[in-house]
Ligand binder design. Sequence first.
Ligand SMILES: [Zn+2]
Length: 169
Amino acid sequence: MNYCSECGTKLVMKEKEHEGAHSYCMHCQAYRFPVFYTAVSMIVRNPDHTKILLIQQYGSPHNILVAGYVDKKEQLEEAVIREVKEEIGLSVTELSYNKSEYFPKANTLICNFICTAESEDLRGVSDWEVDKAQWFSEEEILRVVKPNSLAKRFLEAYLHTKKNTDSVS
Ligand SMILES: [Zn+2]
């Protein structure tokens, strides 16, 4: 970050008490921290947790996770519920955090959550935001999800944790 996100002045490095040097705007007389977008992505499970929902969007043939940008002043959890409702038409519960990854191409921090849909009913899927929505079993999910994608890495982390938890209980 080289310029102030508020006024455009070139930033300088200034000592911040007990914290070392930070970017500082002499004009605003304020420290400036990195600016980026925030999005949520969701591993939506069916009610008995045996299947996961993948979608296709914008004419692409790849299966990905439901995702969307977080609004200003919105909590991550609220964005998860809102986006699944908007795109799939389903209410979700049992939200839990899975993993996050920064996506440089879109300057976006993507926070992945696990949640459970109220049903497997896909009749309410948005026909302008989603081309296709489909449930897949855990056995087939890594084969059908977009290769080398964020979605795939989030799913691998989820399945890895789930396997370890299941074998303990
Ligand atoms: Zn400034």
